[in-house]
Design a protein around this ligand. Sequence first.
Ligand SMILES: *Cc1c(COP(=O)(O)O)cnc(C)c1O
Length: 387
Amino acid sequence: MKVPLLDLKPQYNSLKLELDEALLRVAESQYFILGPEVDKMEKEFCNFLGSKYAYGVSSGTDALLLALMAIDINPGDEVILPTYSFFATAGVVARLNAVPVLTDCDPVTFNIDPNDIEKRITKKTKAIIPVHLYGQSADMDPIMEIAQKHNLYVIEDAAQAISTQYKNGKSVGTIGHIGCYSFFPSKNLGCFGDGGLVTTNDDELAYKLKIMRVHGGDPKYYHKVIGGNFRIDALQAAVLSVKLPHLNSWSQKRRNNAELYSKLFIEKGLASAEGMTQFNDIEKILLPKAVYESDTLQNFHIYNQYVVRVKHRDELRAFLTDKSIGTEIYYPIPFHLQECFNYLGHNKNDFPVSEFCADTSVALPIYPELSGEQINYVVDSIEEFLS
Ligand SMILES: *Cc1c(COP(=O)(O)O)cnc(C)c1O
């Protein structure tokens, strides 16, 4: 049996008629950049997310960069963010010659540890970037409290978490000042290339995001501020309009898949249901734990990735590769150990939880169309490796 980490074809096939029609419609209009398809898509995302403003942009990375430019991040400003995330979260800060100030992550959720934020605030701190890693919300209440107390902006990196909710039922990305999303094809809502979105409820920030997306001119060719080319294509917007109505049902399937994985691992005595954070004699696999689940609300964890932690992770990956099972490591090296961030002056053991995650975590296939047989095969194969 083959179990790829991700297979985009079943989703395309299930919507092929509508998607092909949308692509043709754009081709026939010959209206490629921004325009009516993008306006329509942005309204749909405002409704879906419960956000006052939403602007389509060129990628998730550019969403973050644009957000930092809109809040006026200048050289030398400090921005607090988790050391354990996709590179873009720190890369955009460094590209503006601002300083990424790193924090460790929570041992259960892998998300920024709110207890590690306040002691890193200085006079130069301007913003915090919580990342909703793997599709689970960061703990936003204490983060917003710290931000208010110290007058900081909160830019949410929701690139892996569109449709995720926090415990108050709010969509992630609409809790802080600006939300940033990615539609990279492998994300839980992917377009046909690069694409992203920024959201805000703030009128002034919305104006800056909108004009800085097109070089900062208002009117065109008259520039008070410097922006960039952060535009999204009409083609991507048309694809997203077709896909968005299906997002919640895909999230539900990911959640069902995660539940089946966890049930099987626990039944086999390989893992505990308690959300363990350290290995012991019994628990050979540490399972992801959805910490904000409730009966009345949904989508607290949408499992953009299903990440377990195991000892001998690299040997396990090789074993699974031989069995035609795709896996990935998100991410093998935290920012503080990346060569390009040597200048930040960090050492090994500075952020022990993140290092533990980087050394032991492995993502298993979780995409919505995965079958029960495939999930059973993955769990059986892991059991075989561990025995
Ligand atoms: C994917 C991702 C990004 C960047 O999105 P792109 O669309 O690939 O530029 C940023 N942050 C996180 C956490 C991501 O997973």
